[in-house]
Every structure is written in structure tokens, then in C-alpha cells.
Design a protein around this ligand. Structure first.
Ligand code: PMP
Length: 457
């Protein structure tokens, strides 16, 4: 590949996602990634990087899976596409729905049904309308309010970005739409710094009940949250948080939605992240790891109590996408889940690689720039501080220390993400122990190189 030519075309014609277009031009175009194998991506100039982000939190089974390519090829020859609008369906999504339900029912036997979309944002849009429609059918149309968390990411569509709690997204395009309340996130290293974690988890969960009472429980439709907030900065809640959130939702008859777009399909060492805390959501959004990013597909797990109302009360739910239940995408997702089963990737993450990453990150505890290095399963974050033992940030670089260290990681052969003052990681679940060591060692090396830069700011 000719990197220079591709960069020129990139600048002339291509608008990448969530991008600073001025920066795209200052950098002379995007880095063009051309190949990948296992956990390693390679760019057009032949530079290889360990992919510490599994693409964008999604390539759980790693790159270069011939079996997934073969399944897509065979399905495309047999039946590339048909819709689910004409009282029709095709075998792959029907089988995939049953397979997903089997995994969901490990934690909640009531999660019996699945609705397909193409992206995580669409999954949350489906949830948004389905939940309000459910309450309308139930004869409680006033229940329209969604409670979400500050800094949450639930997608880029109007409903997704509104459910999300990123104020810098809200500032673009006049969001959020009405009827969405944002409460605190359970961020032990942030608002909970120095507080007993269990007490902090309960205190933050309590803000949900406070908000429900302020809004009026009769107006509240649902609570939505990621088991572990990913794009918000890998925020791992204290163990006391989710059980209390669930109890509050039950107390007021409010639906509980787990956004498992990142946490689903093994990330935390369970099929679904919420299974870490044994809670029972009524709706579950999933995408990314569902197909390991090989083809776009997302799904919504829907509990029987909701489906029963849809069946009993009748009427069309006028909602769906051209690509809902896309047979080729569904066939690839099914084969992807089979890989996870055959290679025991979920259990391996819970018992081998997840604990290995946690232990490797402990090595960073002594680093003068590291305020905290945390992980659960194969997702983690390193908090960068200016003063050891505190959560104080570098004054001249507040909110940007992460991207500074990230750029050094990339130079040193590791793709990670810098979110505010932290480095976050989310490698493919097939990562080896040697690659985990390489990941942590590269972060350490990059922190060493960043230290004089950050101190000079
Ligand atoms: N929810 C969560 C938790 C996500 O992390 C994302 C994507 N990063 C989405 C929803 C949106 O998914 P998509 O980009 O596929 O629309």
C-alpha cells in the first residue's frame, strides 16, 4: 500500500468517526491500518502494533479468523440477505436469538427474546422506543423518563447520545432530548476518592432513588447503565453498587437496562458483564463482541414480561431496520460465539488472562505517575496523576495526560486509548500472557517517557 497516497485521499474525501478534522489535516491524514492477525494490527507502512483496544472494544476472538470469513462467504452464496418485515425470517438470526437467549438466561431466565439491529446505537434506540411503547401498552403512558449516568456513552444517534451523559456530545446538536435524567457515575478514583468503596457504591446508587423521587416514580420508565463504563473511562463500580441499583428499580417498578455493548461476550469474564454482580436486567443491549466486529450486528435482549405485553395487547411495534436479522451478519455472530465456546474464552478471561492482567498492572503501582491501575476481566485503566498517593492531575495537561501517554504508547508499538487523564485497555480475549506483559511494559515505558514532558507543562 502507498500510505502517502491513501492519506491524501483520506484528507480530500474522508470524514472519519468522532474526529477532530483540523487535527486530521495537521497530521496529514489518518494512519491507514491494512492488515491484522491475532492481536496485532499493521499499518500501510508495515509498522505493527499490539492492539490493546481490540479494534474499538470489539474484536474479542482476535483477527484473522478464517472460519468467520468462510461462514460469511457460504451464507452470502446461499442467501446474502432477506428482511424480517414481511412476517419472514431466515435461519441464522432465529438460531442466533436462541443462542443469545441461552447465555442471557444464565443470569435471568426471564430474558427469552432478542431483537436485532446493526449497531450499538441502534440497539439503544430500539430500547428507547420499546420501553416507552411498553409503558403505553401497560396503560402507564406517563412513564417516559430514563435515568442514566453522567459521562455514560450509549451511542451517537439522537436517542443514544441523549441517553449518554457526555456533556460535550450534548453541546453538539442540541441534546439531550427531553425526558432523560443523568445521575452520578460510580467512579471510586474520582468522586469516591478516599471513601470506603462499599459506602461510596451505596451512596452513588442512592442518588438514583433520590432522582426517582424528585421526578416522581410514576413518571420513570427505566434506568440504563453499562456494568462497567467503557468509553467513560473504564469505571468499575464497587460491588455494593449494582445490587442496590437493582433493588431501587424493583422497589419502584422501573425497568433495568444493561448496556452490554462493551461488557458483553466475555469482556468481564462472563457472557454478560452484569453476571459479575448477579443482577437481572429486563433489557440488554449488545453489539461489538457479538460478532467480534467482523460484520456489523447488534441485539437487544428482551424479557418475557415485556414480550407478553406486546403479544397480549397486540398492535404493531412500528420499528425495525432494513438490516434487522441480517442473515450473513447473524451467521458470523453465531460462528463467533461458537469460537468463544470452543476456546473457552469466557472462562479463560475470568480465571487466567483477567487475573494475569490484574497482576501485571500491579507492577505499575510503584510508578510515580500512576494513581491507580485497575482492571476487571480484560478491560482496564491506568490513572495518571501528578502527585503519588493523590488523584491530582497535571495542571498544564488536565484532561489530556491520557492522550499524551497514548501517543507515546503508539510510537512504542501499542494501540491503547487515552481518556482524559487515563490510559484504557481492552485487548482481544485471545491475548497471551506474553502479550499482556508486552502491553503493560509498553505502558510503563511510555509513562517513563511522558514524565518529563508532563512535569514541564
Ligand atoms: N453503548 C456502548 C456502551 C458503547 O460503548 C457503544 C460504542 N462504543 C455504543 C453503545 C454504540 O455502539 P455503536 O458504535 O455500534 O453504535
Amino acid at each position: 500500500y502507498d500510505m502517502a497516497e491513501l492519506k491524501k485521499l483520506d484528507m480530500a474525501h474522508h470524514l472519519p468517526a468522532q474526529s477532530d478534522y483540523k487535527l486530521q489535516h495537521e497530521l496529514g491524514g489518518s494512519r491507514i491500518i491494512t492488515r491484522a492477525e491475532g492481536c496485532v494490527i499493521t499499518d500501510a507502512e508495515g509498522k505493527s502494533l499490539l492492539d490493546g483496544m481490540a479494534g474499538l472494544w470489539c474484536v474479542n476472538v482476535g483477527y484473522g479468523r478464517e472460519e468467520l470469513a468462510r461462514v460469511a462467504y457460504e451464507q452470502m452464496l446461499e442467501l446474502p440477505y432477506y428482511n424480517t418485515f414481511f412476517k419472514t425470517a431466515t435461519p441464522p438470526p432465529v438460531r442466533l436469538a436462541a443462542k443469545i437467549a441461552e447465555k442471557l438466561q444464565q443470569s435471568n431466565p426471564d430474558l427469552t427474546h432478542v431483537f436485532f439491529n446493526s449497531s450499538g446505537s441502534e440497539a439503544n434506540d430500539t430500547i428507547f422506543r420499546l420501553v416507552r411503547y411498553y409503558w403505553e401498552l401497560k396503560g402507564e403512558p406517563k412513564r417516559t423518563v430514563f435515568i442514566s449516568r453522567k459521562n455514560a456513552y450509549h451511542g451517537s444517534t439522537v436517542a443514544g447520545a441523549s441517553l449518554g451523559g457526555m456533556t460535550f456530545m450534548h453541546a453538539q446538536g442540541g441534546l439531550p432530548i427531553p425526558g432523560i435524567e443523568h445521575v452520578d457515575q460510580p467512579y471510586p478514583f474520582g468522586e469516591g476518592f478516599g471513601e470506603d468503596p462499599a459506602a461510596f457504591g451505596e451512596r452513588v446508587a442512592q442518588t438514583i432513588e433520590d432522582r426517582i423521587l424528585a421526578v416522581g416514580p410514576e413518571n420513570v420508565a427505566a434506568f440504563i447503565g453499562e456494568p462497567v463504563q467503557g468509553a467513560g473511562g473504564v469505571i468499575i463500580p464497587p460491588d455494593s453498587y449494582w445490587p442496590k441499583v437493582e433493588a431501587i428499580c424493583r422497589k419502584y417498578g422501573i425497568l433495568l437496562i444493561a448496556d452490554e455493548v462493551i461488557c458483553g461476550f466475555g469482556r468481564l469474564g462472563h457472557w454478560f458483564g452484569h453476571q459479575q454482580w448477579g443482577i437481572k436486567p429486563d433489557l440488554v443491549a449488545m453489539a461489538k463482541g457479538l460478532s467480534s466486529g467482523y460484520l456489523p450486528i447488534s441485539a437487544v435482549g428482551v424479557s418475557k414480561k415485556i414480550v407478553d405485553v406486546l403479544i397480549e395487547k397486540g398492535g404493531d411495534f412500528v420499528h425495525g431496520y432494513t438490516y434487522s436479522g441480517h442473515p450473513t451478519c447473524a451467521a458470523v455472530a453465531l460462528a463467533n460465539i461458537e469460537i468463544m465456546e470452543n476456546e473457552n474464552l469466557i472462562e479463560r478471561t475470568r480465571t487466567v488472562t483477567g487475573p494475569y492482567l490484574a497482576k501485571a498492572l500491579k507492577r505499575l503501582d510503584a510508578h510515580p505517575l500512576v494513581g491507580e491501575a485497575r482492571s476487571l476481566g480484560l478491560i482496564g485503566a491506568v490513572e495518571i496523576v501528578s502527585e503519588k498517593g493523590t488523584n491530582k492531575r497535571f495542571k498544564g495537561a488536565e484532561g489530556t495526560a491520557g492522550p499524551i501517554v497514548r501517543d507515546l504508547c503508539i510510537k512504542n508499538g501499542l494501540m491503547v486509548r487515552g481518556i482524559r487523564d487515563s490510559i484504557v485497555m481492552c485487548p482481544p480475549l485471545i491475548i497471551t500472557e506474553a502479550e499482556i506483559d508486552q502491553l503493560v511494559d509498553t505502558i510503563e515505558k511510555s509513562l517513563n517517557e511522558a514524565e518529563p514532558v508532563l512535569r514541564a507543562l
